[in-house]
Design a protein around this ligand. Structure first.
Ligand code: PRX
Length: 648
C-alpha cells in the first residue's frame, strides 16, 4: 500500500477549536477507561428533569442483547431543542429556509419554532395521539418537517419519517409495520422545478383501507396544487392548529423511551424499523455535532441531507438544535437551477460549515471548477461528507474548489443504527488522509475481524465491528428484537457487526471499504437487493430476478439487474423500460435499475442458491476474475451472461 498524502490540522482551525490532538487523546482514553464518569459528565450538555445516576447498562450477547443508557434520567427532546434556548436565543434564527427555487426563502427563529411546534403538538393531542403512539411523517424539506418531528417528541409520540422519495407501497409497509395513528404530509413537494405528488402518494398508500391504523392525515398546504380529499381522515394542518394554544407543556420522558423509528434496508427481508431512544441519542447527536463541525455559537451550518434519512434526524434536527445552531434548511438539489447553487447558497448565508455527500460532490466535480466560479466562499471553515466512501479525486476537488484548500474535510462514517458519527476526523485534532474516515469518536471501539471471528491486530483489513455500546446505539428493531440480535450480534460473539468492511493503516486510521453484505449504496442511499428483487418479481412478466451493485462514476454504486422472464414473454427494449418504470412506482425512483440484463438462467449452486459473487463480477466487467465456479449447477449460464453483459 502506498503512503497517502497527509493534511495536517490547518493553522486557522487550531486557534479556535474545541479540541486539539492532545485533548482528543486524553478524552478518548478517559471515555474508554472510565465510560461511566465520562458519559455522566458529558450528559450535563443536556437539560434533564431528573439527572441520570445509572449511566451504562449494556449487554451484547449472541442470544441476548440489552442496551440502556441513562436509564433513570428524565428529559424531553423538544424541550432541549427549543425551550431551553428561549431565555437567551429566542430571536436567533433556527432555520434559514432556502426553497427549491432561489426566489423562495424564509427565516424562522427559535421563538417561532416553539410556537409552531406547540400548536401542532396540541393538535396531535386533540386527534388522540398520546405518549408512545406512532406518527408517520412524509414531508418535503420545509421547516414543517422539523416541526412535525419536534411536535411528536414534545408529546412523547414516536415519529417515523418516511423519505419523500418513497412510493405508495413503501409508505404503506412502513405505516403498517409501526401501526402509525397519524400521517403528516404536504399537498406536494418540489424538486428541481418539478412537483412531487406527496398527498396523492399517501392517498394511494391508504386506498382500500390498506393502512387501518391511520385515523388522521394532516396535510400541510405548500404549493396549493390540487389534491383529492377524504373527509373521513384528511385535515389541513392550518385548520388542525387554528384553535390550538401556542403553549404545550413537554411530556416528561424516560431516557430509554423511544424517540423515533427510522426504516432502513438490510441484506434480507423488508426494511427494518430501527428504534432510537431519547436520552442517549439526543446527547450523542448533540455532542458529535459540536465536535465534528467544531461548532461555535454564531456559526451558520448547512447540511444538504433530507430529513427522511438519519443524517437529517441527527444533523439537521436534534444535534444542531440542542446546540441552538442556526442552519440553512434547503428544499432543493445541488444542481438546480444550475451547478453553482451550492456555492451561491454558501455565499448568501455566509455558511461556515457545509455537510454533504460524495455523490453530490461527484456530480458537481463533473463540471470542473465552474460550480464555484465567481462565488465568495470565504466564510467556509469546515467541510463534511457522509454516506459512502469518498474517493480521493472527489476529496481533492471538494478540498480545492469548495474549501479553497483551506478547510478540513470531515469524512464521517456512521449508520442509521449508530445514531451518530462513529469514525471521523475532529477538526482541530486529526490530520487528514483523503479517503480515510480516520479515528473513532469518544467511547467508540472499532475493531476488525476475519471471517472466522478472529480479531485482527495492527495493519489489517477485515469486517468492521464495534466492541462496546455507545449512547446513540439503536436499541432494537421495532417489533422484532430477535431480528435485531440476528442482524447485528450473531456474526461475532459480544460485538456489534456493522456490515461494512474496513482497513486499518500504519497510523491506526480506518478506511471504510464498503458493505460486505447485500446492501447497496446508490448515491448515498441505502437499498437492499432483496427489496428491489421483490419489487421486480411482483411484475407479471418476471420469473426471477437478481440485483447487484456495480461501480458508477457519480452514484458510487449503480443497480444492475438480471431478470429471467416468464415462459413465452418477449424481453425487448419496451419491456426493459416498463420494468424500470415498475420499480420506480413500486418502491422508489432512487431504486430504478441502471441496467437490466435479460437471461434465461441465473448462475446457481446445485442446491439452487444464486451465486451473486459471479453476478457482481460480470456487472463490474471483471468477468476474468470469477473465481471458483466449480459448484455451479450449469456453468454454461455464465458464458451466456458474459457474452450478453451490458456494462462493457
Ligand atoms: O456502508 C456505510 C456507508 O453507509 C452505510 C450506512 O448507511 P445509512 O444507514 O443509510 O446511513 C447513511 C448516513 C450515515 C454504512 O454502513 N457509509 C456512511 N458513511 C460513510 C460510509 N461509507 C464510507 N465512508 C463514510 N463516511
Amino acid at each position: 500500500m502506498t503512503a497517502s498524502k497527509t493534511y495536517p490540522v490547518p493553522e486557522a482551525i487550531k486557534s479556535s477549536t474545541h479540541l486539539n490532538a492532545a485533548t482528543y487523546a486524553e478524552m478518548y482514553t478517559r471515555s474508554i477507561e472510565e465510560p461511566e464518569a465520562f458519559w455522566a459528565q458529558s450528559a450535563t450538555m443536556l437539560e434533564w428533569y431528573k439527572q441520570p445516576t445509572k449511566i451504562k447498562n449494556t449487554h451484547f450477547g449472541k442470544n441476548e442483547v440489552s442496551i440502556k443508557w441513562f436509564e433513570d434520567g428524565q428529559l424531553n427532546a423538544s424541550y432541549n431543542c427549543i425551550d431551553r434556548h428561549l431565555a437567551n436565543n429566542a430571536k436567533k434564527v433556527a432555520f434559514h429556509w432556502e426553497g427549491d427555487s432561489p426566489e423562495d426563502s424564509l427565516d424562522v427563529t427559535y421563538q417561532e419554532v416553539h410556537y409552531e411546534v406547540c400548536k401542532l403538538a396540541n393538535a396531535l393531542k386533540e386527534m388522540g395521539v398520546a405518549k408512545g403512539d406512532r406518527v408517520a411523517i412524509y414531508m418535503p424539506m420545509v421547516p414543517e418537517a422539523a416541526y412535525a418531528m419536534l411536535a411528536c417528541a414534545r408529546i412523547g409520540a414516536v415519529h417515523s419519517v418516511i423519505f419523500g422519495g418513497f412510493s405508495p407501497n413503501a409508505i404503506a409497509d412502513r405505516i403498517n409495520d409501526s401501526k402509525a395513528k397519524v400521517v403528516i404530509t404536504a399537498d406536494e413537494g418540489r424538486r428541481a422545478g418539478r412537483s412531487i405528488p406527496l398527498k396523492a402518494n399517501v392517498d394511494k398508500a391508504l386506498a382500500n383501507d390498506a393502512c387501518p391504523s391511520i385515523t388522521h392525515v394532516v396535510v400541510h398546504k405548500l404549493t396549493g396544487g390540487d389534491v383529492d380529499w377524504n373527509e373521513k381522515h384528511d385535515v389541513w394542518w392550518h385548520d388542525a392548529v387554528e384553535d390550538c394554544s401556542g403553549q404545550c407543556e413537554p411530556e416528561v420522558m424516560n431516557a430509554e423511551d423511544p424517540l423515533f423509528i427510522l426504516y432502513t434496508s438490510g441484506s434480507t427481508g423488508t426494511p427494518k424499523g430501527v428504534v432510537h431512544t431519547t436520552g442517549g441519542y439526543l446527547l450523542y447527536s448533540a455532542m458529535t455535532f459540536k465536535y465534528a463541525f467544531d461548532y461555535q455559537e454564531d456559526d451558520i451550518y448547512w447540511c444538504t441531507a433530507d430529513v427522511g434519512w438519519i443524517t437529517g434526524h441527527s444533523y439537521m434536527v436534534y444535534g444542531p438544535m440542542v446546540n441552538a445552531a442556526t442552519q440553512v434548511f434547503f428544499e432543493g438539489v445541488p444542481t438546480y437551477p444550475d451547478v453553482k447553487r451550492i456555492a451561491q447558497v454558501v455565499e448568501k448565508y455566509k455558511v461556515n460549515s457545509l455537510y454533504t455527500a460524495p455523490t453530490a460532490i461527484r456530480a458537481l466535480m463533473a463540471h470542473g471548477d465552474k460550480p464555484a466560479e465567481g462565488c465568495d466562499l470565504s466564510s467556509l471553515r469546515i467541510l463534511g461528507t457522509v454516506g459512502e466512501p469518498i474517493n480521493p479525486e472527489a476529496w481533492d476537488w471538494y478540498h480545492r474548489v469548495i474549501g479553497e484548500s483551506r478547510c478540513p474535510i470531515i469524512d464521517t462514517w456512521w449508520q442509521t443504527e449508530t445514531g451518530g458519527h462513529m469514525i471521523l476526523p475532529l477538526p482541530g485534532a486529526t490530520s487528514l488522509k483523503p479517503g480515510s474516515a480516520t479515528r473513532p469518536f469518544f467511547g467508540i471501539q472499532p475493531a476488525l475481524f476475519d471471517a472466522d471471528g478472529n480479531e485482527l491486530e495492527g495493519e489489517a483489513e477485515g469486517n468492521l465491528v464495534i466492541k462496546d455500546s455507545w449512547p446513540a446505539q439503536a436499541r432494537t428493531v421495532y417489533g422484532d428484537h430477535e431480528r435485531f440480535i440476528n442482524t447485528y450480534f450473531s456474526a461475532y460473539e459480544g460485538v456489534y457487526f456493522t456490515g461494512d468492511g474496513a482497513r486499518r493503516d500504519e497510523d491506526d486510521y480506518f478506511w471504510i471499504t464498503g458493505r460486505v453484505d447485500d446492501v447497496l449504496n446508490v448515491s448515498g442511499h441505502r437499498l437492499g437487493t432483496a427489496e428491489i428483487e421483490s419489487a421486480l418479481v411482483a411484475h407479471a412478466k418476471v420469473a426471477e430476478a437478481a440485483v447487484v451493485g456495480f461501480p458508477h462514476d457519480i452514484k458510487g454504486q449503480g443497480i444492475y439487474v438480471y431478470v429471467t422472464p416468464n415462459e413465452g414473454v418477449v424481453a425487448d427494449e419496451a419491456l426493459t423500460k416498463e420494468l424500470k418504470a415498475w420499480v420506480r412506482q413500486e418502491l422508489s425512483p432512487i431504486a430504478t435499475p441502471d441496467m437490466i440484463q435479460w437471461s434465461d438462467g441465473l448462475p446457481k449452486t446445485r442446491s439452487g442458491k444464486i451465486m451473486r459473487r459471479i453476478l457482481r463480477k460480470i456487472a463490474a466487467n471483471e468477468h476474468d476474475q470469477l473465481g471458483d465456479t466449480s459448484t455451479l449447477a450449469d456453468p454454461s449460464v455464465v458464458d451466456t451472461l458474459i457474452a450478453e453483459r451490458l456494462n462493457k
